[in-house]
Write a protein that binds this ligand. Structure first.
Ligand SMILES: Cc1cc2nc3c(=O)[nH]c(=O)nc-3n(C[C@H](O)[C@H](O)[C@H](O)COP(=O)(O)O)c2cc1C
Length: 191
């Protein structure tokens, strides 16, 4: 049994059960152009409050200056592994519109778009690992973001590598069974 496949208490779509977040990415793999277009089409068709689509994506490929600029803002053990991904993407929420009116659902909507992207990527044989551990102010400065655009997370996107390439600390986590709270803890059924 593959420990990275979710053990579910009811059937779910295969791509959802099989998606997982690796830290071992193949450092030789580059993304074909079409692959990027597909995952961003999936993000583009996510639902959002009032169809405001308050998401923006800064997309960089490994080897570019922009990729290195994102990598430098990663904190903790994220610096160890994320540089092997084929692309690093900054997920940005438009928290105010151009007139300064707040978009209260912007981060929620951005999360849905990234979820769409993750599932599409997995269905195309790619992997995604989202990262919250990075320096937001440095990212904003590096890409000259106006304050109404808030960097919320970074996505590492690429092909799966080997767990052997990781340090022992990360390798253990890479092969451990994936876990979740029981459904009964999450769902409060009220008749
Ligand atoms: C918003 C967000 C921030 C995350 N930040 C990090 C991070 O900084 N470093 C990391 O290694 N994983 C990070 N993760 C990945 C989670 O740890 C991972 O999704 C979770 O353990 C579940 O594992 P799975 O995606 O394989 O099911 C983040 C995930 C999300 C959604």
């Amino acid at each position: 049994m593959n420990p990275r496949i979710a053990q579910t208490s009811a059937p779910v779509i295969d791509t959802l059960a099989e998606r997982w977040s690796p830290r071992a990415f193949d450092a030789e793999h580059s993304l074909p152009e079409g692959a990027l277009r597909g995952v961003f089409e999936a993000a583009r068709w996510a639902p959002s409050a009032n169809n405001s689509q308050p998401w923006r994506f800064i997309v960089t490929r490994r080897g570019s200056e922009s990729f290195a600029a994102i990598e430098e803002t990663l904190v903790g053990f994220n610096r160890e592994w994320a540089g092997s991904a084929a692309a690093l993407i900054v997920n940005v929420a438009e928290v105010e519109d151009a007139e300064g009116k707040p978009r209260p659902w912007a981060e929620y909507d951005l999360g849905q778009a990234v979820a769409h992207l993750s599932v599409q990527a997995h269905s195309e044989g790619l992997h995604v690992h989202q990262i919250g551990g990075f320096d937001r102010e440095r990212i904003s400065a590096a890409f000259g973001l106006e304050p109404r655009f808030r960097p919320v997370s970074v996505t590492a996107l690429g092909a799966l590598g080997s767990h052997e390439q990781l340090s022992e600390f990360l390798r253990e986590r890479e092969v451990a069974p994936r876990t979740r709270l029981d459904l009964e803890e999450l769902v409060l059924l009220r008749d």
